[in-house]
Design a protein around this ligand. Structure first.
Ligand SMILES: [Zn+2]
Length: 155
């Protein structure tokens, strides 16, 4: 699946949950989780699924992608087998994953991966980060004010 376009995160999540169904009625996984190499393999498979769910870059950390995708750590699934992060709202997208993880088209990240000479935003302001883009950038401040007016809160 491509990061941009394709199925929405809810459909991607369904595919991810199908992959996790391997844990159903399998107490053997609990013992397997005590062996580090098996645990790492399961975590790797789960991380890849979580990346597909929320359309994140593959360089995102396991912890970050699990939070964004709403996928509980495999260890918790195995040990507790209880729902975790069963939110009923919030659709994750390619751009939302970038904003939440900080890994995306932000000067700070692009500079970090040596794709850009400095951390400035496209409008030459300093320290382009998700926070800058969402709350301070001169390009988006008009939309921020409209959202504040519509919601009746200060962002
Ligand atoms: Zn800016």
């Amino acid at each position: 699946m491509h990061n941009k376009g394709g199925p929405k995160s809810s459909k991607r999540r369904l595919l991810g949950l199908v992959a996790q169904s391997m844990l159903y009625a399998a107490p053997i996984w609990e013992q397997a989780m005590t062996i580090l190499s098996y645990k790492k393999e399961l975590e790797t498979v789960q991380r890849r699924g979580a990346i597909r769910i929320c359309s994140a870059y593959r360089t995102i950390s396991r912890d970050a992608v699990q939070v964004i995708a709403g996928v509980p750590p495999i260890e918790l699934l195995v040990l507790q087998r209880e729902p975790w992060l069963s939110r009923k709202h919030g659709v994750t997208t390619f751009h939302l994953s970038q904003a939440l993880s900080g890994r995306g088209c932000f000067g700070k990240y692009l500079h970090f991966i040596e794709k850009k000479e400095d951390e400035r935003c496209w409008y030459y302001e300093k320290n382009d980060s998700p926070e800058h883009t969402l709350f301070r950038c001169c390009r988006w401040v008009g939309r921020k004010h409209k959202a504040e007016a519509a919601l009746g809160v200060l962002l």
